[in-house]
Design a protein around this ligand. Structure first.
Ligand SMILES: [Mg+2]
Length: 249
């Protein structure tokens, strides 16, 4: 038997449509993280810290840590009770299946906290891949960690634009779905943005092309239509920015 020479193939997987989505206010109706801190650290204190955070006086991790220190204790039971009225968009599981069937990698990027994402995921009976800040309950004040903080973006504790740029391949088409300030920076690195809320306004101001979505049924419909009409394409500006981040290490 003669050995056939393998044709040259790149080690990289073939380019794909790669989808990143925010969690709070995007996969849920409400900002669960903000509501949680408002509830447990007190409305007035929360607004004070948030004001200083938004004004740039506090970096995001410092703001989170200040909020945590204000909570004298937090138990899993309290967290479960608090989360009772919250749920993940009921259309999200079908969206996940759609991504899976078509081979589109889907990654949730949250500037919130793993504990409540896990609990809401469990409640919805689904499992998805996500990256977020972390929280540990210790009996006293909860402790947070920020594994994806980058001082390049001090206004967020989780630098989502790093994930979007560094976890994608050069020829992927990047879709980003979000609603708020934690998505501003990352949206500029995506080929296609689906936005609602503050992100919508931001995209308009920054001249970032976007489509408005209401829930994950509309997300799926918009993307399906664009794919079938071949209008979901790479955007030069986003691709150049991703390359710049890669080059910067
Ligand atoms: Mg959000």
């Amino acid at each position: 038997m003669t050995m056939r020479r393998q044709p040259f193939t790149s080690k990289l997987p073939p380019p794909t449509i790669r989808i990143y989505t925010d969690f709070d206010g995007t996969m849920t109706q409400e900002d669960v993280g903000a509501d949680l801190f408002r509830h447990f650290s007190g409305e007035e204190y929360f607004e004070d810290i948030r004001g200083r955070w938004k004004a740039g006086e506090l970096e995001a991790p410092a703001a989170y840590q200040a909020l945590c220190r204000r909570i004298s204790s937090l138990t899993m039971r309290q967290l479960r009770d608090f989360l009772a009225p919250y749920e993940i968009d009921p259309a999200f599981p079908r969206f996940m299946r759609w991504c899976d069937e078509h081979g589109y990698p889907l990654l949730v990027l949250s500037d919130g906290v793993d504990l409540y994402i896990d609990l809401l995921m469990e409640k919805a009976g689904i499992e998805f891949q996500y990256l977020s800040n972390t929280m540990r309950l210790t009996g006293g004040s909860p402790l947070m960690d920020f594994p994806y903080f980058d001082s390049r973006c001090p206004e967020v504790a989780h630098c989502k634009s790093n994930q979007v740029a560094l976890r994608s391949q050069e020829d992927d088409i990047i879709v980003y779905i979000g609603d708020g300030t934690s998505d501003f920076e990352a949206a500029g690195y995506a080929d296609m943005v689906l936005a609602r809320g503050a992100l919508e306004t931001y995209c308009q101001e920054q001249n970032i092309t976007f489509r408005r979505f209401y829930n994950f049924t509309t997300v799926r419909e918009i993307l399906s239509l664009m794919i079938s009409q071949n209008t979901l394409r790479r955007k030069k500006r986003a691709q150049v920015r991703r390359r710049q981040l890669w080059a910067g290490g």
